[in-house]
Design a protein around this ligand. Sequence first.
Ligand code: PMP
Ligand code: GLN
Length: 403
Amino acid sequence: LTSKLPNVGTTIFTVMSKLATETGAINLSQGFPGFDCSPELVSLVEKYLRAGFNQYAPMTGVPALREALAQKTFAEYNVAYDPESEVTVTSGATEAIFAAVTAVVRPGDEVIVLEPAYDSYVPAIELNGGIPIYVTLTPSGVDSPSVDSPSVASSGRSVGAVDSSDYAIDWQQVSEKITEKTRLILVNTPHNPTGYVWTADDLNQLADLIRDRNIWIVSDEVYEHILFDGRKHHSLMTHPELQERTFIIGSFGKTFHITGWKIGYCLAPKELSVEFRKVHQYLTFSTVTPIQYALADYLQEPAHYRQLPDFYQRKRDLFLAGLQGSRFTLKPAEGSFFQTVSYAAITDEPDYDLAIRLTKEIGVASIPVSVFYNQKNDYKLLRFCFAKDDAVLQQAAERLRQL
Ligand code: PMP
Ligand code: GLN
């Protein structure tokens, strides 16, 4: 069999989580909460399981959940999506990303990928015969000889050599990569792994670039509720010109600490949703029924997601305070539950080797950031997931301080 994805192996998330389990290391690699979801949500699922909501859900999602999503979206972003024709429930954001890319990309189409990029984007493009066109976001300062340490104030303000705003999008570069063949641009805000959060200006720049062109957008906004230091999420739906062209992708996994339930959604104008649903219909057909009913109820209380910035900012700051006095340098993440750190002042090792060595030797697993790039690079960055119990974060930081 000739592989359709010759460059794809087992994902780094699986590799590092497995190694963490085998070695008994603290697992700050794969992104998932180290604590449980709310017992109230579990009770709701149990209620619907016992009440016999155990057969196929409607293909597009149960009406109550689509309705709740449309209401929540209007309340948060003042944008109306029709629950009947513009909201689709999926088996995680991963499925939604794949379905959206598949709905749009034909063989030979070019797709702009801003890298570092989440690992599922490029295989989705390639399986559809698309050609990924990379715009590289470089963490400037990483190679700077003057890497200071310690670099983090417990207030969470930036002093480090690596600045997540360094990943700011180079719109000139994006513009140069757009051709007649460009069909899609993949966006991710808040960004995994850099924590970069798009600004209102980013939305305007993107709108200027795609105006009068036949280009669609997939906007991966799974960390929409996890932003820090008072930042606001600039969803692409809030820009009317972008809204018309965009598949907005969300995931309950991140918002309600239920990554194992694999449930997400796509919000898109009717014309796009029609095509999206054609793919979803034959990819999974529908998504787990009792969980959809439970989430429809749970979404009625906005506090369930509005508490997330404070909740995760505390954890970010706890982890950063723990790293104070270490030789790692960093800029506090603006959003997501990942903190990227530079180890340039500690060792010259490639990041992959270091991530493996730290897991085995000091018992802390992380993700080497180079894996999020198509182009080979030597940025000397590791990504740590801080969605963990406080004691775990403190213990991990204590081990890392010793380096
Ligand atoms: N996009 C990004 C940026 C992610 O980090 C993740 C998973 N952590 C996903 C998509 C996939 O989400 P899901 O688990 O809902 O498929
Ligand atoms: N999104 C998670 C991360 O970035 C991993 C999800 C997965 O394992 N596929 O760590």
